[in-house]
Ligand binder design. Structure first.
Ligand code: C2E
Ligand code: MG
Ligand code: MG
Ligand code: MG
Length: 269
């Protein structure tokens, strides 16, 4: 206790640290306005199959900050998790994504597309998470089979039974689940087997060096073989070169995402 207090006290005598604390407080205050001021927006990045056809998109959050311009989630999601603002923000993301899906469902060339939405740990752990998602589905009239929720390993491992129950309830309504950033967390095959997942997303950190680092090549092959044996789809993240795409495809990867196929952006659809 005394030690912690001492650390906090010291903090304010360090000008650099004090500046950082103030900057965070300012960002936090700005974020409180962001939803109601309609400063949030979604960028969409295509997910393509081995033939290069677009099968869907991933919705990636952006914040059009009044003074700082468009911010990527890396600069504010962590703070939003801490403050709890991720809850209204996550709700907004889900609703905006479902509205986009409904718009697509009216177009001949877009009605088959899926849309992946990232779900934060704090959001998923809410007691009424399932009801919140179902409410947005009902309110927007979206086809739940087009919706994919992306979860991370660390989020799932802490309360496995609770996670399985929530996933199963939503899956019964047609919602699909992907495990994001796969390979970076604690991958216990034992729990992986029990989760009602549809896809594994291979983390970009393995994809980026897959042609140059033999360890990454082995990891990627192992993930692809594992997914195949479990009947799961595989999505490779961060594919930037044709060489990476070819390696992934030749080893059984089914879906691809990365700058090679398209950067996250606003949609023409
Ligand atoms: P993620 O879900 O793993 O998303 C993939 C990230 O990789 C995105 O960064 C995307 O822009 C980037 N990326 C895609 N292809 C490439 C590539 O070829 N090369 C490189 N260098 N990067 C690529 P972004 O948009 O900055 O998002 C970062 C993370 O923020 C996401 O990682 C996700 O964890 C989180 N995030 C994004 N949107 C949301 C959201 O709506 N809610 C929550 N809770 N988290 C979100
Ligand atoms: Mg994701
Ligand atoms: Mg990812
Ligand atoms: Mg990632």
């Amino acid at each position: 206790q005394a030690k912690a207090a001492g650390r906090n006290t010291l903090r304010f005598f360090d000008p650099q640290m004090q500046a950082a604390v103030l900057a965070r407080a300012a960002l936090d205050a700005d974020m409180r306005q962001a939803v109601q001021n309609q400063e949030l927006l979604l960028h969409y990045q295509p997910v393509v199959d081995a033939a290069g056809g677009v099968r869907g998109y991933e919705a990636l959050l952006r914040w059009n900050h009044p003074r700082r311009g468009v911010l990527a989630p890396g600069s504010f999601i962590g703070l939003a998790e801490q403050s709890g603002l991720i809850l209204p923000i996550g709700q907004w993301v889900l609703r905006a994504a479902c509205h986009q899906l409904v718009t697509w469902s009216r177009g001949l060339d877009t009605q088959g597309l899926s849309l992946a939405v990232n779900v934060s740990a704090r959001q998923f752990r809410q007691r009424d998470f399932v009801d919140q998602v179902l409410a947005v589905i009902d309110e927007t009239g979206v086809n739940p089979q087009r919706l994919r929720l992306e979860l991370t390993e660390s989020l799932l491992i802490s309360e496995v039974e609770d996670a399985i129950r929530k996933m199963a309830e939503l899956r019964a309504r047609g919602v699909r689940f992907s495990l994001d950033d796969f390979g970076t967390g604690y991958s216990s095959l034992n729990y992986l087997k029990r989760l009602p997942l549809d896809a594994l997303k291979i983390d970009r950190s393995f994809v980026s060096d897959v042609l140059t680092d033999p360890n990454d090549a082995v990891i990627v092959r192992t993930i692809l073989a594992l997914a195949q044996s479990m009947g799961l789809q595989t999505v490779a993240e961060g594919v930037e070169t044709e060489g990476q795409r070819d390696f992934l495809r030749d080893n059984g990867c089914t879906l691809f995402q990365g700058y090679l196929f398209g950067r996250p952006g606003l949609l023409g659809h």
